[in-house]
Design a protein around this ligand. Structure first.
Ligand code: HEC
Length: 244
């Protein structure tokens, strides 16, 4: 029993690794309290992702409030489907069956993807689409081998080719260690990294909108505790001064 538990325990990191396709994950430089980054991320999301992905747990008016945007601005700039109102959720019109037929896999709802997969994975995934003629869309992904999603951000990132090296642990295996840009997009590499981080930041917020509130409340709780200490400590001293 002990051995079994030990094996299970030890295999957990391997499972996480397998999900990442073996490619090392870059740390996502995100900050959910950065409203400007969240706003940029929301804009990228509605323009480049909502053709295929919904975020059905998020309502537009909540988005407006949390990101500090007037509802009118959200209605005019972030709601791109006709007939959708500010109180509606971020749903899309693409039927799931059809999508499965087109892509081989249905594009998942992205409401909680940041919690399911982790932000480092998402940050790496969005930046590691690379040219691969053997795939239906002509691209593959280092973090998600044989992915069914096309490289939707190619206009921004451009096209890249993988750089292979021999696996240090297995001489017969080639692993991707980096990328070479063969056709630049409209953004430089640092600009595109920033855009990917903004998107991941937005997905992290959407997966847990309450985290903004928690941080705000947390600061007040700490201030309250400091205040309590300032009042009670002199009081305690006062009470005990005759005892000592
Ligand atoms: C043209 C349709 C399309 C667009 C646009 C699109 N995706 Fe996808 N996406 C897919 C499909 C299809 C899958 C399922 C891939 C699979 O399972 O092989 C997917 C899967 C994903 C996944 C899940 C990966 C995983 O590990 O399970 C994430 C995250 C994702 N997309 C993020 C995005 C983001 C962010 C954008 C916008 C920048 C975007 N997608 C735009 C079609 C699309």
């Amino acid at each position: 029993m002990k051995k079994l538990l030990m094996t299970l325990f030890l295999s957990v990191p391997c499972l996480a690794y397998a999900a990442g396709g073996g490619y090392h994950l870059d740390h996502a430089p995100i900050d959910v309290t950065d409203k400007n980054s969240l706003q940029r991320g929301a804009k990228l999301f509605v323009n480049y992702c909502m053709g295929c992905h919904s975020a059905q747990f998020e309502r537009y008016n909540r988005l407006a409030r949390d990101l500090g945007l007037p509802e009118k601005l959200v209605q005019e700039n972030l709601i791109l489907t006709a007939g959708t109102k500010i109180g509606d959720t971020m749903k899309i019109a693409m039927p799931t069956n059809q999508a499965k037929e087109w892509f081989g896999a249905a594009p998942p709802d992205l409401s909680v993807i940041a919690r399911a997969r982790g932000t480092d994975y998402l940050y790496t995934y969005l930046r590691t689409f690379y040219l691969d003629d053997s795939r239906p869309w002509g691209v593959n992904n280092a973090a998600f081998p044989s992915v069914g999603m096309p490289h939707v951000l190619w206009q921004l990132q451009g096209w890249q080719k993988p750089i292979y090296e021999t696996d240090p642990h297995d001489a017969n295996r080639q692993v991707i260690t980096g990328f070479e840009l063969v056709q630049p997009g409209s953004m430089t590499v640092p600009e595109f990294d920033r855009a990917a981080a903004d998107l991941v930041n937005f997905l992290s917020y959407v997966a847990e909108p309450i985290q903004l509130e928690r941080k705000r409340v947390g600061i007040w709780v700490l201030l309250y505790l400091v205040l309590c200490f300032a009042v009670f400590y002199p009081l305690k001293k006062e009470y005990w001064k005759d005892v000592h």
